[in-house]
Design a protein around this ligand. Structure first.
Ligand code: ATP
Ligand code: MG
Length: 442
């Protein structure tokens, strides 16, 4: 097998070989190349020890980025390349990290410590493909399976459990039964992991093209990482508006959202408050009154427990809180003023996805959400009034009417903005002045 490598990568490999070392590209970039996908990064591994790598690239910019793990980064042109010395990770006693890292002279030993067979391949133009675990065949079969004994590998590092789900979500691969069984048995070990590592994998998982399918097949892995969501599984939705139970509805909502991180999280969390707000009529019909506020609290809790960025958390919580609020042509300008165009677009995307995951008769309503995005964009493009600064009247004009400077002036401007946003008055100086006069008289 031949893999075409970008020139800086091929150059770095030849340079290491010219210095008398073995060198390969390894891991995700080999897997993606075998799958015919463009790799998003190239990781190199070599028999050279870090100081030998330095010596080999003398005169180039090379920095120690993870010396403890044998990693240096070569910064040549606009493509930083991580170069890691072959390793043998030895024993793990904490379920997270190897007790010590030993450098090795053998690529086979380095591949043995890697998580899944599709990630345990190395390639060099000079030496060809090294694939001791049949990773190519697993790529063809779209099968994810642990290198070696899955129970042992997940006991060593519980993050691999979540990584399995993440790769299933991004690659669309099925997880081989013994690997899946070990994941489920050991999922509780994920408690020991740092929440930042968990968050990174969950973010990648949700962005996966096949995220709904992976979460359908292995929901308990997600629930082990976020126990707040476990009650969503098998919650019925007995109303004519819904065709699916709560978990399937959630997965369908994710399926209909574009692959933007905040939207994917909002889709996952939007109905998380339903299990605790569910009530049932005598005929069995379900209601979930007040669930968006409860979902927003659960969303805040999940985001905080994962130490997600403030910006992502704020966006997700806002989207979840408002997911059931009515946005229509009549109040569009008010929403635009309140959320701004970008957040309103995301809210409407979420509402579209949510409605598309209801009963089929609600499809036309889902399409209306997308039409509202276009309408909102047009309003902004045509210079619609969205803030006090956009009003065709300012504080001075109001002071001329005898309104004193101070809080009252601010209140009047805000009140005039609300009047424009709700369509009670046009944003024209004379009309606004007349209305302000009327208010001052009252
Ligand atoms: P991506 O396309 O998302 O970057 P990747 O396979 O490159 O996927 P990385 O997290 O970048 O994934 O890791 C690079 C490689 O390092 C993996 O392909 C795998 O061989 C190895 N690896 C990473 N994390 C682990 C782990 N926790 N246990 C064992 N091997 C790992
Ligand atoms: Mg990678």
């Amino acid at each position: 097998m031949q893999i075409l490598l970008p020139a800086p990568v091929a150059d770095a490999l030849s340079r290491l070989e010219a210095c008398g070392h073995e060198a390969y590209v390894v891991g995700g970039c080999v897997r993606d190349s075998v799958l015919g996908k463009q790799p998003h990064e190239y990781d190199l591994c070599t028999s050279a020890r870090p100081q030998e790598v330095h010596a080999c690239f003398e005169g180039e910019r090379i920095v120690d980025t993870g010396l403890k793990h044998g990693t240096v980064t070569l910064i040549s042109g606009d493509m930083p390349l991580e170069i890691t010395t072959f390793r043998n990770d030895g024993t793990y006693t904490d379920g997270r990290h190897p007790d010590s890292v030993r450098f090795s002279d053998s690529i086979e030993e380095d591949l043995k410590r890697r998580d899944f067979t599709v990630n345990a391949m190395a390639y060099s133009p000079r030496r060809g493909l090294v694939d001791p675990y049949d990773g190519v065949q697993a790529c063809r079969d779209r099968r994810l399976m642990a290198v070696g004994n899955p129970t042992a590998r997940f006991t060593e590092d519980a993050l691999r459990i979540l990584r399995a789900l993440r790769f299933s979500a991004t690659l669309g691969f099925d997880i081989e039964p013994a690997t899946a069984q070990a994941m489920n048995t050991l999922a509780h070990n994920m408690d020991k992991l740092s929440r930042e590592r968990v968050a990174r994998e969950l973010n990648l998982l949700l962005m996966g093209e096949h995220a709904p399918q992976a979460l359908r097949q292995h929901p308990h892995i997600l629930f082990a990482a976020l126990p707040q969501l476990a009650p969503m599984h098998h919650t019925p939705q007995r109303t004519r508006m819904h065709r699916w139970d709560l978990w399937e509805h959630t997965l369908q909502t994710i399926r209909h959202t574009p692959r933007e991180l905040a939207l994917r999280w909002a889709a996952l969390l939007h109905d998380s408050g339903k299990p605790s707000t569910a009530t049932y009529d005598p005929d069995g019909t379900s209601h979930f009154r007040g669930h968006p506020a409860v979902s927003a609290r659960i969303a805040a809790d999940c985001m905080a427990s994962l130490k997600q960025s403030k910006q992502l958390s704020d966006t997700v919580i806002t989207l979840v809180r408002h997911h059931d609020d009515r946005v229509g042509p009549d109040n569009l300008q008010k929403w635009l003023s309140r959320l701004g165009l970008e957040l309103l677009r995301q809210l409407l995307q979420l509402q579209h996805a949510d409605l598309a995951a209801h009963a089929p008769y609600m499809a036309p309503q889902a399409d209306r959400s997308l039409a509202l995005i276009r309408a909102a964009e047009e309003r902004v493009a045509s210079g619609a009034c969205l803030s006090i600064g956009d009003l065709q009247i300012d504080g001075r004009a109001l002071m001329a009417l005898g309104i004193p400077q101070g809080p009252e002036l601010g209140h009047t401007l805000q009140w005039l903005l609300d009047a424009v946003l709700s369509g009670r008055v046009q944003n024209e100086a004379d009309a606004l002045l007349a209305l302000a006069k009327e208010r001052a008289r009252q």
